[in-house]
Design a protein around this ligand. Sequence first.
Ligand code: 48H
Length: 274
Amino acid sequence: MDNTRAIQSDTMAKIEDTKVTAAIVERFLQDFLDIINLDVAVVGAGPSGITAARYLAKAGVKVAVFERNLHVGGGMWGGGILFPRIVIQDAAKGILDEVGVRLEPKGEDYYVADSVETVSKCTSAAIDAGAKVVVGLGVEDVMIRENDRIAGVVVNWGAVEMARLHVDPVSIQAKVVIDATGHASEVAGIVQRKIPGVKFPTQTGGVVGEKPMWAAVGETEILNNTREIYPNLIVTGMAANAVFGSPRMGPIFGGMLLSGRKAANEALRILKRA
Ligand code: 48H
């Protein structure tokens, strides 16, 4: 046997296929069992959800993010028209400074950042702070208890949903749920559809739907829109603007980050109330 072959077979001898299987299954089950009772469940791992999770984890809260896709970052990777750069305004600079994203000043009040760096560093910081991020797992319903109060989320694999398989989901208990599902505001939509007579604090009492592009207004209104719209349910990010009927804003992401931070503070307020 030549030397190369000897080294290869040494390495190969240490790998047992079924041990790999066992390591993955055991570890994921342990981790999953650990998150079936949460303080806060965040639905969606876009910029607002990941930011909310980071601040909650930093505050010592037990928080997990459920993301239907196999990747985090939501709509941030592609920047504007697939040019992977994002713009943020001065007010949000500190949120990215904290996680070490490099910002290049542009004009008086703007900074430009690499979207890949931003998604990666924001996610890494959230995980380092203690947030659990589960990918490939979508939220298809909420849990309710007495008086229709929200008591958690109901999850199923994104792949099951995409394949339209008839497979029942499972429940995750949470004291607070944050809808960070972006333009679709899916959790708010579920609550509106499934809880009779529900009234959100919006003009219509329901999900109004986002307005066309007007970045200055969209970025201003998002903070006021980031709040508890139903007991124990907070909306953040694009979902907040969709629920309240505020404009979209294109590839400026400061509002998403500021909204995520505010959603975390709202959740802390609710947790103290309980
Ligand atoms: C699990 C779900 C479910 C579900 C959806 O779209 P996002 O990036 O959301 P935001 O609000 O943090 O950021 C919005 C921003 O990316 C954007 O689109 C902007 C600024 N647009 C302006 C404009 O003019 O267009 O992320 C939401 C995430 C995604 O990853 C979804 O896959 C995920 O939520 N998601 N995950 N269960 N039911 N629904």
